[in-house]
Design a protein around this ligand. Structure first.
Ligand code: CMX
Ligand code: CO
Length: 146
């Protein structure tokens, strides 16, 4: 089952400047930065809230590290802005993806891949989702707090 908005992915040209904007403007100070080579991004996860059970939501700021990465391609075409939404699953993301594929929506990867903070992720094609690139996220058992 999809149980929450895990994160909103936002494409940007300058990760530090964009993190700084969110920190100064909204006071989002819980920031986790990592590189995901496979996805071609350097990214920052900004924790927005937590219900206390670990089901926090995040902003994911994405700066491309390669010109041929999906985020670089998207930025060149659209400029900075909202790139995708991500729903969190309460079970196995592979099962969730298979169920959605059975409803005729294209799932981009045959097997889940590594996402932020040890999560397992997959994507649904935006053309099958009314124009929204949609990510499915199964969080790691233990997500870092900061
Ligand atoms: N949101 C909505 N529509 C999008 C989109 C997005 N983020 N990215 C592409 N599209 C649309 C394009 O506008 C285009 O539409 P038109 O044909 O009407 O012009 C169409 O999809 C094809 O776009 P494209 O620019 O030719 O791009 P590709 O087909 O090469 O790639 C996609 C699109 C979704 C397959 C690719 O972006 C992808 O594999 N995404 C998943 C991985 C990813 O985004 N990783 C970064 C985030 C990592 C993370 O969250 O951890
Ligand atoms: Co994402």
């Amino acid at each position: 089952m999809l149980t929450r908005i895990d994160h909103i992915g936002i494409a940007c040209h300058d990760l530090e400047a964009t993190v700084d904007f969110y920190r100064r403007t909204y006071g989002f100070t819980d920031v986790h930065i990592e590189v995901n080579e496979e996805q071609g991004v350097r990214e920052a996860m900004l924790r927005i809230n937590s219900t206390g059970d670990g089901a926090a939501s995040y902003l994911q700021l994405l700066q491309p590290i390669r010109d041929d990465s999906p985020v670089a391609k998207w930025l060149a075409k659209n400029g900075e802005g909202v790139h995708h939404i991500a729903f969190g699953t309460d079970g196995d993301v592979a099962d969730e993806a298979a169920g959605i594929a059975g409803k005729g929506v294209r799932v981009l990867y045959e097997e889940p891949r590594r996402g932020s903070m040890g999560s397992r992720i997959n994507f649904l094609h935006p053309k099958d989702c009314h124009g929204v690139l949609t990510e499915l996220v199964q969080k790691a058992d233990e997500r870092p707090e900061g």
